[in-house]
Each structure stands twice: as C-alpha cells, then as structure tokens.
Design a protein around this ligand. Structure first.
Ligand code: SF4
Length: 568
C-alpha cells in the first residue's frame, strides 16, 4: 500500500489530541483508535521519548500534536509558499515551534540579495538526493501543486522511483491528523526487506504549520526514519537542500557508528587512507581525482551525497573531506564532529590542482617529496591540455550548482576573458581560495547572485558568451548574445585534473562562433516579435502603453493592500 493510499483510508473519528499510542505490553485502553500493529514496534529512540511507542509497561503516550501548535492562518488564501508571503510563512513556522530549525538554516544558508528562491523549488535538491539512493523510500508532505511539480521534475530527470505523498487539507492540518497520517505512512513503508531508510520531507505549508517530524520514531524495525523540513522560505537554493538531507543522514550515520560496529562498504574497506569528496559531480571526476590522490598514497572515498546508506559510514571513515562544492555546511559540521579536517576548492586547471594537491597532502601528512613528485607528474599534463585547447572570448558566467567558481578558474586558465561569476550559493570558507584567485585576475565574484545582478553584468560587459541559468540565457539570446546553460551544458562535463583541462573548449568555442548567426538573425528580424509585439498575432500588433500603465497601477494597489494586511 502506498503512503497516499494509507493516508486517505476511511478511519473512525477520534477526539482531537486524544490519540494514545498502543503499548507493547497489552491491548490499548478502551476508546483508543489504532490503525495497525506496526505502531507497537520497539524503537531505538525510545530513550529519547520516554514512554514512547513500544516502550512497554508504564509507558506514556507518544507526544501528541496539540491543535494549538498548528498555525493554519498563514497557510490560507493567497500568498502561500514560494510565490509570495515568505515572511508570513516564516513567522507562522516560528510560532508553530520551528524556530530552532529556521535559526539553523539561517546560520547555515545565509540569505542574500533576494530572500526567495529564484530557481526551482529548493526541495528538489533533497528529493533528488533521496531518490538517487538505493533502498531509500521518499515521502513528501506538502501542497498538491508543489508535490506535482516536484514529482514531475524528478521524473523528467529520470528518477524512475516512487515518490510517496501524504496529502492534507485544512482540517487534517489544523487538528494535527496530518502528522498522524505521516506517521502511519512511515510505519507502512518501513519494511526492512526493502529499505534502509525512509526520508520524510515537510514542504512549505507543513513546515509553516509546525508539523513535528522531529518526533517521528527514529527507527522502525531497523529502517531509519529521517524527517526534514525543506521550506522555500528557509532554504534558499536546491543546492543547499541537498545539504539538508546529506547532513541529516551523515549525522544519523555518525551517531550509529559511535554506538558500535556498522556495515562495511560493499566493496570492502579501502586499503589506503581515503579522502571523501563532497559535492555532486560528473561521474568521471571522482575517478580522475582518485588518480591524483593515488600519487599521494591516498584513495578517493565515497562521494557525498552518497548512493547508499552504508557509504555514509565509509564517507566518515576518511582521513579528511574535500569540499569540492563549498556550500555543504551541515555535512561539513558532521565531518568536523567526527574529527575529520576539510579542504576547500578542487583540482581544477593548473593552479587549482597545484594548490589542492598541496593542501590535501599536508592535511594527510604526506611527505614533501611525495607531494612534489605528484605535482611534477600531473601539472605538466594539465598545462599541456589547457594550451592545446585555448578559449578566446569574453564570458560572463552564473549558476546555482555551487561549482561556478571552479568553472570560471578553468575558463580563465584556458585563456577566456571572464569578467563576472555569479553563484546563487553563499560565501563559505571552502570557496575562499577560488574567490581570491579569481579576484586577483580582475574577475568579479558575486555570491547569492540574483537574476537581476546576472543580467546587469551581462549588459555591462557585453560578453561574447553568457553562461547562465535559463532566464539569463533567454535574455542573452534576446540580445543576440550566444548563451549556454550552466547546469545542462557546463556542469555536466569533467572539470577535474588532466581530464577536466580542455574539456570545455569545444562547446564554448562553438557557441562563441555562433555569434555570427545571431547577428544575421537579428539583422533579418529586427525588432519583430519583441516588446509589445512578442507572441503570435493574426493582425499587426498595436502598442497599448495605457494598458501597461493600468496593470502597473493595479499591481501597486495589490502590493499596498497586502502590506496593510500584514500590518494588521
Ligand atoms: S514547497 Fe517548493 S514549490 Fe511549494 S511553495 Fe514551497 S518553494 Fe514553492
């Protein structure tokens, strides 16, 4: 039975807040409603919740969500979620007991020029991490439209995995029954024959309403239960949402490892000390990095986010972590808690590889001679590859993957005239070496860049090529500037070590050469189809500036109204 089915079954009425959990020792008291026996399963975290489910004689009920804890007001009407009303949602979430998690997110993922996601729903990041893991079930709790969008996108990207959904309405939200539905769904899904872990995600509305995933059982029959809040008003980008789940899983695995023996990696423990690689990257990159590390007497460990639960233990069992993507703040916290040092930047281009080998070697206590020998073997090959495939032209670059600074370094070393790098991710200590290197070469680095900043940079520098997000590329093409999508065309290539050097040249040079075609098209079409004439017309389009004025006034009035309502 799917979570959705489980959550929509007809069930007897119950008193609000009157649910009492069954105990393992006997039948439930009269008048109690139970759904199945799964709720009697003993939990590993019974100690955390004295008297919680399965705790035996003398136990008290699992903490019940009081109706008063749920603040539904902020979830009503217009202004729900990512398109408006983030402040109201944030205030509601705080009132409903989510202050701790929001404070942690605010510290881990500081906001920037804009306080709303300007790309896809952030929860897509954590959803994708869960869907890529073996033996991991995924359950979403959120508005149907959000879940539709998220499942659509995940299947568009080839997830081919079931996404569980626990729907809600105003009543189940306000009475706390949504939490019980989620708990029932988790009990039904948590089959140890199929799963190592079940990930439950609160989207915007359940987070704002305070649905308390933190009091879900931590484990059911050996299946770990991971509950996370990933609201658009608390997690700025989908990149950082990956860290929310990766960090939660690492924390769980670290605590397990501290309690006793855990599963070894599928292929057995590595013979050499390993370096864990943090950040999703092109599949060939970990192999290339492994070859670099081999010279230092080290090996590449798992890539975080991992593809399997047992890899989490191996990831923590490292000599140190390489922050290939610098925004995994919660994950880095777990490595630090495990006593593992972290090295920033990545082996990109000549200088990047040189610096990275040096820092990794020092971190792992590799001898001076061995570090130098590795550099002497690798660096000439990288220099040769860069020289063999030069890039000529001015480029502005922006994206939300977290690897933007690394790509910019590679472009600069290939000969490109890079003027601007915008990243939706925040500034952290682990991209500092890249920022300094780029700044020293006159490249402006904009953290937490907004779409407006990316477009302004393009307008200022008039590049031969704009690499960016979908709206940036769209605006570049409108201006007859060749554009390439960062996510699909740039970050989906090897970047590291000798294989990465020169890997971008062909696609970039081809795009720059297309400038001539853009100019020809622009000369042919002129202003046709732009401005007021955009779209499909049967008659000659007529400009109606008075309509625009009217609509502008209408929007201003709505904004004033909303402001006044917020002040009441
Ligand atoms: S869950 Fe995602 S899509 Fe839904 S309102 Fe929040 S940010 Fe928007």
């Amino acid at each position: 039975m799917t979570p959705k089915e489980s959550a929509t079954l007809d069930r007897p009425e119950r008193d609000v807040g009157g649910y009492t959990a069954p105990t393992a020792s006997g039948p439930p008291p009269a008048g109690e409603v139970t759904y199945d026996d799964a709720a009697a399963a003993p939990m590993n975290n019974d100690a955390d919740q004295p008297g919680g489910l399965g705790c035996g004689p003398g136990g008290r009920a699992l903490p019940v969500v009081e109706a008063s804890q749920i603040d539904i007001a902020a979830t009503q009407g217009d202004g729900v979620g990512c398109h408006a009303g983030a402040d109201a949602m944030r205030a509601a979430a705080r009132e409903a007991g989510k202050s701790e998690v929001l404070d942690r997110y605010a510290a881990d993922y500081p906001r920037g020029a804009h306080d709303q996601p300007q790309s896809m729903c952030p929860a897509f990041g954590s959803l994708r991490v869960g869907l890529r893991m073996r033996r991991t079930a995924t359950i979403l709790s959120g508005s149907a439209c959000c879940v539709y969008g998220l499942t659509f996108t995940s299947h568009f990207y080839g997830a081919r995995r079931t996404v569980g959904y626990v729907p809600f309405n105003s009543e189940t939200l306000v009475t706390g029954k949504l939490f019980e539905d989620i708990r029932d769904a988790v009990h039904q899904v948590a089959d140890p024959a199929q799963y190592d872990a079940v990930v439950v995600t609160n989207l915007c509305v359940p987070t704002a309403s305070g649905v308390p995933l933190q009091i879900l059982p931590k484990e059911i029959n050996g299946v770990r239960i991971i509950g996370i809040d990933v609201p658009g008003f608390g997690v700025p980008t989908h990149a950082e949402a990956k860290d929310v789940l990766a960090g939660a899983m690492l924390r769980y695995a670290r605590l397990e490892a501290e309690q006793g023996p855990v599963l070894a990696p599928r292929g057995g423990r590595a013979q050499k000390p390993t370096v864990t690689l943090v950040g999703e990257m092109f599949p060939a990159d970990p192999v290339g990095i492994g070859m670099l590390l081999d010279g230092l007497g080290l090996a590449a460990g798992p890539v975080v986010p991992t593809r399997e639960w047992r890899e989490l233990y191996a990831a923590l069992d490292c000599v140190g972590a390489a922050a290939i993507h610098p925004f995994y703040t919660a994950s880095f916290r777990e490595f630090e808690a495990a006593g593992r040092p972290i090295v920033g930047s990545a082996p990109v281009g000549h200088d990047g590889t040189e610096g990275w080998l040096e820092r990794i070697g020092q971190m792992a206590g590799v001898s001076r001679a061995q570090i130098d020998a590795t550099k002497n073997r690798v660096l000439p090959a990288i220099r040769g590859a860069l020289a063999a495939k030069p890039i000529r032209g001015r480029i502005t670059l922006s994206g939300y993957e977290g690897s933007e600074l690394l790509v910019a370094r590679l472009l600069v070393e290939s000969g490109a005239d890079v003027r601007y790098v915008g990243t939706a991710c925040p500034r952290t200590p682990y991209s500092e070496a890249d920022r300094e290197w780029l700044a020293a070469r006159g490249v402006h680095v904009q953290y937490r860049a907004s779409l407006e900043q990316d477009v302004a940079a393009m307008d200022e520098w008039k590049p031969d090529l704009a690499i960016g997000t979908t709206p940036v590329v769209q605006k570049a093409k409108e201006r007859a500037i060749p554009g390439l999508y960062f996510t699909n065309l740039i970050s989906a290539r090897p970047l590291m070590g000798p294989a990465g050097a020169g890997s971008l040249a062909m696609v970039i040079n081809t795009a720059i050469e297309n400038r001539r075609r853009f100019d020809e098209m622009k000369a042919f079409f002129g202003d046709t189809g732009s401005g007021h004439a955009a779209g499909v017309w049967e008659d000659t389009p007529v400009d109606r500036p008075e309509f625009r004025e009217h609509y502008k006034r209408h929007l201003a009035k709505l904004a004033r109204q909303r402001k006044a309502e917020e002040m009441v």
